[in-house]
Write a protein that binds this ligand. Sequence first.
Ligand code: FAD
Length: 317
Amino acid sequence: MSVLVYTESENGKFKKTAFEVASYAYEVAKQMGTTVTAVAINSDNPESLGTYGVAKVLHISDDSLSPFNAKAYAHAIEQAAQQEGAHIVVVGSSADSKFLAPIVAAKLSAGYAPNVVAAPENTNPLTVKRMAFSNKGFAHTQLNTDHKVIGVSKNAFGTVENKVDTAVEAFTPSLNDADFTTKSVEVDKVVGKATIADADIVVSGGRGLKGPENWGMLEELADVLGAATACSKPVSDMGWRSHSEHVGQTGKPVATNLYIAIGISGAIQHLAGVSASKTKVVINTDPEAPFFKAADYGIVGDAFEVVPQLTEKLKEF
Ligand code: FAD
């Protein structure tokens, strides 16, 4: 009765989150005295999961599963869980994983705990600590169902090496037309840079940048840092930036190592989506801007002066 983990990849390459969730699943399996089986879909090099404690990989190679399709993926994961007799399924917290996790849970009649930030506090009953109330508090959640789905928050548990031998098995789930009734209508545009979900650093701009024509300095800073760019809701609502960059309560969640907020006031709905980031740096002309209360480092200053200087300095490293 292994612990099942869904390990995400993009264009065949495992995402960093795949290794984080595998590490988490290993910890759960260790506490329960069992092993970890991963489901890897169209992923290259599945045996690399052995570094993070995965003893067995069910490897699905199927062109119809590219690009991501939540219903089909969920059906495949459910079948893998049934085959392995796995009662615990671990997934990540990317948009894709958050899309498929409730479907997997419904198919397995499982309780679902999203936004989990630490190793289980207890395995009988399974009790996990998770972010709750728009990331303003923690909940200690018991999962009392027979099957359980755990969604692990990005950057919360980290990537831990636990090298084991890995067996890779081909797995062919039985999928039908009903699994493909949804399709992707928007795909993040990535031109040689990180996506918001995977980036270690996110540089984000707000209404303080005055207009779309001023985003060049923010992009330059992001380039120097190897960061993804993001924005506040009004910025995407006004069409200054694409909706795929909107972060916050109603946008994408950000749980990055470094979040740099430029010309963003720090409204509660913005903070709700970004406060899980480890280090927050705020650049704002208004010393009373609410974001400074949530910041680790703050610069009271005009973005149009501070950002170019910061970029020039960083280029020296
Ligand atoms: P503003 O609040 O206008 O702030 C601009 C900031 O820029 C100010 O602090 C100002 O001092 C500073 N500034 C001005 N000029 C400069 C300069 N030259 N240099 C440096 N700083 C400067 N918002 C989100 O972002 N994400 C969400 O998911 C989200 N969801 C929402 C959901 C609901 C139901 C509601 C009601 C609102 C939501 N909002 C969300 C909107 C949120 O309430 C705020 O209105 C929004 O976050 C403000 O965006 P902003 O900080 O870019 O703009």
